[in-house]
Design a protein around this ligand. Structure first.
Ligand SMILES: Nc1ncnc2c1ncn2[C@@H]1O[C@H](COP(=O)(O)OP(=O)(O)OP(=O)(O)O)[C@@H](O)[C@H]1O
Length: 242
């Protein structure tokens, strides 16, 4: 399957000439302080935030792809989600099949199982807790089985069990040959589950590489403005502000 490349993305005040490649089969984590440009980069990758740069899905330029093809091949989970209607959870997840014009029950059941929301299938989504709803929104994107999955802080509101279950599900999705890009603030989770990390600061890509290349205590302390301790040899790895 195709990876995703972004070349010289420039969005005034938000992104400054960002170029990077997300590879099929891998999970790329976007990290960096608040306002560093992670969401802007994800929206640019999804073709939703216009930039002067280029986005390539494999050998195809995203801007030149028909919209329905883009919708099938690229899925975005935004940072904030809400439903204007009190839809059933099953119906919300089914919306993920819209680009395919079908109601594929296997894909919908699979997506709900990945994030553990089968028990809520008949409930109204507005009657769920914040973390439960977050899992439903992710299931909706997974149900579309996109080649490239872009997720903005998918674990932010989840409890300890689901942080790990969702991180594992996203990693497994990448291992099946998909391209997964997640923005996240929990650097210990990033160290444990991501194959590559891209560290952003003030709209620029500061460094991209393996977990060991990017999670450097000195660099992180400078960028986050707080003393950071990094222990990548620990099981699981730990990255925390002191
Ligand atoms: N809709 C918008 N219009 C104009 N500027 C915006 C908009 N959204 C974000 N910005 C600005 O773009 C910059 C990057 O914001 P972005 O949301 O991409 O950062 P982020 O790294 O995702 O932050 P966080 O970790 O807080 O979610 C910030 O300076 C922000 O103020």
């Amino acid at each position: 399957m195709a990876g995703l490349s972004i070349l010289q993305a420039l969005v005034p005040g938000r992104l400054h000439n960002v170029s990077l490649q997300a590879h099929a089969g891998q999970m790329l984590g976007l990290i960096g302080p608040n306002g560093s440009g992670k969401s802007s980069l994800l929206h640019t990758m999804a073709g939703l935030l216009p930039s002067t740069g280029q986005v390539w899905l494999g050998k195809q330029r995203l801007e030149h792809m028909p919209l329905d093809d883009r919708a099938r091949r690229l899925g975005l989970l935004p940072q904030r989600n809400q439903s204007a209607w009190a839809l059933r959870v099953h119906d919300v997840v089914s919306l993920g099949r819209l680009p395919w014009h079908d109601d594929n029950p296997e894909a919908i059941d699979w997506a709900m199982r990945q994030v553990g929301v089968q028990a809520f299938a008949e409930k109204s989504v507005d009657q769920l807790s914040g973390g439960e709803q977050a899992r439903v929104w992710l299931a909706r994107v997974l149900a579309g089985c996109p080649d490239v999955l872009l997720a903005d802080e998918p674990m932010a509101s989840l409890d300890l069990l689901y942080q790990h279950q969702i991180a594992q599900a996203l990693q497994a999705y990448a291992r099946q040959g998909h391209t997964v890009v997640v923005a996240l603030h929990d650097l210990s989770l990033a160290a444990r589950y991501c194959d590559q990390l891209a560290l952003m600061q003030e709209g620029r890509l500061e460094v991209i590489g393996s977990v060991h290349e990017v999670l450097n205590a000195q660099v992180l302390s400078r960028i986050y403005g707080v003393d950071v301790m990094v222990d990548l040899a620990a099981q699981p790895p730990v990255v925390l502000a002191r």
